[in-house]
Design a protein around this ligand. Structure first.
Ligand code: ANZ
Ligand code: ZN
Length: 838
């Protein structure tokens, strides 16, 4: 027997070939139809993880298949290179964020090349370089001119130790994730993007893409946008004749069940009318301790404070309703105020019980309260007897006549706050002048480049501490002014990079012509964790840039594939400490033990690979031991791309054996292929039947199926390798190689070169299915009596039902099973089962 597949030599040979020949460089024009395959760009943390390998192996298989199918494929790669980890690394290791980032990019790029991915590296984008973020500043200013970016005071999470704003996700149990300090609410001037202007379009256009996106991502986007139809209602404030409290409700028909109003702790009414109440001030301060995300609020205990203020019911003359300040009311939603109807809302019910407020049913029910189902209105004056829907319309009409309210559609979607008090991000190209106010940096002074000489020895934003950078003369009045020292949220960079890949050297941020030709992306592949924010921002950018005249399409991504997570069992030692997989062995009884201490190890659930649980496998180890092709075959085996992948060491060995088997199969068949001998031709039919299945599996991105059909084809070849005619063997082996190559490209190229010397696999079109050969002329059908298997029939696939029933009834085993009973009915499941029921 021959030796193992020599992957080291072969993989580096073909990587060099692809590089030297610029094999993956793609032209912006050409006779072939375009196809844009895009994988989410990685954050350059320094090392690829298994999730990257899976993501990029999927993208590469699609890209290589499309190339073989005759498309002109754009398949670029880049780096989402701004962000906090670089600053943390700079602080911890005393390097510069840029140096750390650039080094990491070099390391990860080497790994991507080692994996043999087919990227057009001429289009590489690094978002932390001025030739990317400078263009981003131009786009920022375009949005600014259009009124799509504005500055406003908003409440932020302030970490008093780090002197910076924290994102909601960076606040854990009310404390800064790194400093551990109690986070405060502060009002700061922040730049915001008016994504809410596009709320309805972002919702409506989901129908344009729903065919190509996973259903669950569409639902998540819908929920995030969160359209609610309802009404604004003005409640006159007692003893303040000129003032009223404006609330938003989705259930105006329940107004007769109102027993309190509640306002957010930051509602302006508090400073307006209640500023001299120290107890209230204390309550408000306590509320601000907890971060007001909807998620946090849904779990926190509902608390309120009676302000003493009363409002008048808009319909029920003389009825007074108390105003509470409540910790569960969000200032950012609706009007920051609501009326509570305890009988028909869970949260209001809880609140009313706690503060002894009346609970009045206004929808008829025999169920327990609170009741949120359908029904007829009761005890509701002019609404009594109506259905909920009719009552809603009538209530709003009445409010409009009284001039106390109107119809209103609200969205849960908030404007996107993009200011970060950080160094390692795109500088905001605006100047603040004491005379002129906000002044955009003129175009000829762009890009605004980050200063290199910054220190990380103070907490807070290094750009603020820089001695000179922020001081600049105002471009308008030439007086002394200051730069904005905030940088942009890194989601800004990832919102348009796919447009820049189309023409990465363009002097304009986006080359409209080229971009309109390449876009939209045909397949976008990435983690489902980006189902909401990144994908929504990218969709928004596309629409906003369309309205700025840059592009002509509405949606950036036609098809979306959200890959599942890569998971691994978790291990703990006797003290509950996490143990790395490479430290775990099985003893001779099959029990898991620690390789060094020999102490027992408990095996926990399979979970997403993570540093904290130590259940990581380093892809570099797999590449070093088995090679890139085996790593790729393994990560695409057994599991559909959109499902979670459970690490399985036996399957890894199985992938290694399979790649070796194909290698040897070509060696073993080679002499016969070359001899041109006649022989058994039956392999032709099987080859084309598998080719049809393999092609279909590629079209569906069912790479697990691809690999299992490919194995079956290898088995068929193995069975006939000594009897098949040379021509049928040559065709079968060629198709075996070609249909494995998008997943195992190095071995594919090597074997192709062996069988077709001088031909380059990458330039070889996908084999055409011979339909006549591929046609299945017989299928096997199970015959049951009362659901029990009694026999099988081998028939033509297009046989009609009547003939099938007759054949089934004529089977001796069926006659025997029926005995004297006449069949009552016969159920035929096309192409599969005939069931005779007696
Ligand atoms: C009265 C009412 C009666 C309500 C009832 C519900 C049930 P969605 O559906 O998510 O849009 N609300 C209004 N503004 C709020 C805010 N700033 N913070 C927290 N809650 C707020 O939710 C709309 C409902 O949430 C509104 O309808 C309001 O309570 C509450 F039987 O008004 B409802
Ligand atoms: Zn000025």
């Amino acid at each position: 027997m021959s030796t193992n597949y020599p992957f080291r030599h072969i993989e580096s040979k073909w990587q060099k070939f692809w590089h030297d020949n610029q094999s993956y460089k793609v032209a912006d024009t050409g006779p072939e139809p375009k196809c844009y395959i895009l994988e989410m760009l990685p954050y350059p943390s320094g090392r690829l993880h298994m999730g990257h390998v899976r993501n990029y192996a999927i993208g590469d298989a699609i890209a290589r298949f499309k190339v073989a199918k005759g498309f002109r494929v754009l398949h670029p790669m880049g780096w989402d290179a701004f962000g906090l980890p670089a600053e943390n690394a700079a602080i911890q290791r005393n390097t510069h964020p840029e140096q750390w980032t650039i080094q990491n990019i070099a390391d990860m790029k080497r790994q991507l090349i080692q994996l043999g991915f087919s990227y057009d590296w001429d289009r590489e984008i690094t978002t932390c370089l001025p030739n990317y973020y400078g263009h981003e500043q131009k786009l920022f200013l375009e949005f600014y001119k259009k009124g799509l970016i504005y500055r406003k005071e908003s409440w932020v999470n302030w970490d008093p130790t780090e002197n910076t704003v924290l994102a909601n996700e960076q606040v854990i149990n009310g404390r800064g994730w790194r400093s551990g300090a109690l986070v405060e609410k502060r009002k700061l001037n922040q730049w915001s993007v008016k994504i809410t202007d596009y709320a309805q379009e972002l919702l409506d256009d989901l129908t344009q893409i729903s065919a190509g996106w996973p259903e669950k991502v569409i639902r998540m986007q819908e929920n995030w946008i969160g359209r609610s139809e309802g009404a604004l209602v003005h409640f006159p404030i007692k003893d303040h004749a000129e003032k009223s409290l404006e609330i938003f409700t989705t259930r105006p028909e329940t107004l007769f069940g109102a027993s309190f109003c509640a306002i957010a702790p930051t509602h302006p009414l508090i400073s307006d009318l209640l500023s001299d109440n120290p107890e209230l001030a204390q309550f408000v301060q306590d509320c601000q301790r907890i971060v007001a995300t909807e998620e946090a609020l849904s779990t926190v205990e509902k608390k309120g404070f009676d302000t003493g203020l009363r409002v008048l019911h808009p319909f029920a003359k003389g009825q007074e309703i108390p105003i509470y300040v409540a910790n569960f009311v969000l200032m950012e939603y609706g009007t920051g105020a609501l009326f509570g109807c305890p009988a028909h809302d869970e949260r209001d019910f809880e609140f009313a019980q706690r503060y002894n407020l009346p609970i009045r049913s206004v929808v008829e029910t025999t169920s327990a309260l609170p009741y949120t189902g359908p029904g007829k209105m009761i005890d509701s004056d002019f609404l009594t007897g109506l259905t909920i829907d009719d009552a809603r319309t009538k209530a709003i009409d009445a409010l409009e006549i009284l001039n106390l309210g109107k119809r209103k559609i609200t969205y849960r979607l908030r404007d996107w706050s993009v200011s970060r008090q950080r160094y390692w991000g795109c500088p905001i190209p605006i100047i603040h002048c004491p005379t002129c106010g906000e002044v955009p940096i003129p175009g000829d002074q762009l890009p605004v480049i980050l200063p290199q000489d910054v220190k990380f020895d103070h907490p807070g934003n290094p750009l603020d501490h820089h001695p000179t950078w922020q001081h600049i003369d105002c471009p308008k009045c030439h007086g002394p002014a200051k730069r904005d020292t905030d940088t942009l949220d890194t989601f800004f960079e990832s919102s348009w990079y796919f447009l820049r890949y189309c023409a990465p050297q363009s002097a304009d941020p986006i080359d409209a012509k080229i971009c309109n030709d390449w876009m939209p992306v045909d397949w976008y592949i990435g983690g489902v964790e980006h189902a909401v924010l990144h994908l929504l921002y990218a969709r928004f950018f596309t629409k906003a840039l369309r309205d700025c005249g840059y592009v002509t399409f509405d949606e950036p991504f036609t098809n979306l594939l959200t890959q599942g997570m890569v998971c691994h069992e978790t291990y703990q030692d006797e003290n509950g400490k996490w143990v790395y997989p490479h430290d775990v062995e099985k003893d001779s009884f099959g029990n898991h033990i620690h390789a060094e201490t020999r102490a027992p190890v408990t095996v926990g659930r399979s979970e997403k690979m993570s540093k904290s649980k130590h259940n990581l496998i380093d892809p570099q180890d797999i590449i070093n031991t088995y090679g890139a092709d085996v790593a790729r075959v393994f990560i695409l085996s057994d599991t559909p791309p959109d499902r979670d992948f459970d690490w399985n060491t036996e399957a890894l060995d199985g992938s290694w054996r399979y790649v070796n088997r194909v290698w040897r199969l070509v060696e073993e068949t080679f002499a016969r292929i070359e001899q041109n001998v006649p022989g058994d031709e039956s392999l032709c039919k099987q080859t084309h039947q598998y080719l049809a299945k393999l092609t279909d599996a590629y079209e569906r991105n069912a790479f697990n199926k691809v690999l299992s059909f490919n194995r079956e084809l290898a088995r068929a070849i193995d069975d006939r390798k000594d009897s098949a005619s040379s021509s049928s063997l040559r065709e079968a082996v060629s198709i075996l190689i070609q249909t494995l190559a998008p997943i195992a490209p190095h071995m594919g190229h090597e074997l192709w070169d062996k069988i077709h010397p001088g031909q380059i696999l990458l330039q070889t079109p996908w084999p055409a299915v011979d339909e006549a050969l591929a046609r299945v002329d017989e299928i096997t059908i199970a015959v049951q009596v009362n659901g029990k298997l009694r026999g099988t029939l081998t028939v033509a696939p297009d046989i009609n039902t009547a003939a099938l029933e007759q054949m089934a009834l004529a089977l001796p085993s069926v006659i025997l099973a029926l005995g004297d009973n006449a069949p009552k009915k016969i159920i035929v499941v096309p192409k599969r089962i005939v069931n005779v029921v007696v």
